[in-house]
Design a protein around this ligand. Structure first.
Ligand code: SAM
Length: 232
């Protein structure tokens, strides 16, 4: 039986700074020892969090939804730089959503800045239909199982289309696991296009991101995914 409490087993600290010394804040993220994917910070998360911290002016005062948020690390950084954030994960993992809540609370982020809600990729239930317009969609390490790729992209396409927010941008980091995997056909199918963003552009091409080396042993990519203009 699952406990109602998201008891944490360890806590990681991430310190965000920049070469210009114009960023300096830290966050603490509780993790749980479990085989469930959402209970750990995955190597892609500090990379996307670093991107958000580095380009914080782009995200300030914007509405953001994070898909497959896991511990909530990326969304918490977005909130720290001034965004309004909805952290989401599957309804199948209520304890993961509770861990998100715990991490939001320990970082002193207020309830009116971050909401935590369930969102299952590929499912357009009433709750998703009623979601507000978002300027950005974020996800880290959600493209890890090919069976989910179309569900993720269909949700992204829906979130962009539903609100006629032509400018909605989806930023996603993924860990290279199988060089044969590709989302190109699915992007075409859903009217989406993507560009790679170089990690050098935001001081993430280093062995240590935000004071942590958890991303250093993996090849991580950042994609910017948008709708083809002719679809609007
Ligand atoms: C590899 S973890 C990445 C967690 C976090 N974003 C990170 O990078 O540390 C994948 C996340 O996707 C969530 N997830 C898996 N299947 C899902 C689904 N069908 N709908 C929504 N979220 C899902 C998991 O619960 C987990 O939090």
């Amino acid at each position: 039986m699952q406990s109602n409490e998201a008891k944490s087993d360890s806590c990681r600290r991430f310190q965000f700074t920049s070469r210009q010394n114009d960023i300096n804040f830290s966050i603490n993220i509780n993790e749980k020892y479990s085989t469930s994917y959402g209970y750990h910070v995955w190597p892609s998360a500090p990379v996307l969090a670093q991107f958000v911290a580095h380009f914080r002016e782009e995200f300030k005062d914007k509405n953001i939804v994070e898909l497959g948020a896991g511990t909530g690390m990326v969304g918490i950084v977005a909130a720290k730089v001034g965004a309004q954030v909805v952290l989401t994960d599957s309804h199948q993992y209520p304890e993961c959503l509770r861990l998100c809540r715990q991490n939001v609370d320990i970082n002193g982020v207020k309830d009116n800045i971050v909401a935590i809600e369930s969102l299952d990729w590929g499912q357009l239930d009433e709750h998703v239909l009623q979601m507000p317009a978002f300027d950005y969609i974020l996800s880290s390490d959600c493209f890890y199982d090919q069976k989910d790729f179309e569900d993720i992209l269909s949700s992204v396409s829906f979130l962009i289309d539903k609100h006629h927010k032509k400018g909605t941008i989806f930023y996603t980091t993924y860990q290279e696991r199988n060089s044969d995997w590709s989302i190109e056909c699915l992007l075409n199918k859903w009217g989406l296009k993507c560009d790679y963003i170089c990690l050098d552009d935001f001081e993430a091409n280093t062995g240590c991101i935000a004071g942590s080396d958890i991303s250093s042993k993996h090849t991580i990519h950042l994609l910017k995914i948008t709708k083809h203009l002719e679809n609007h």
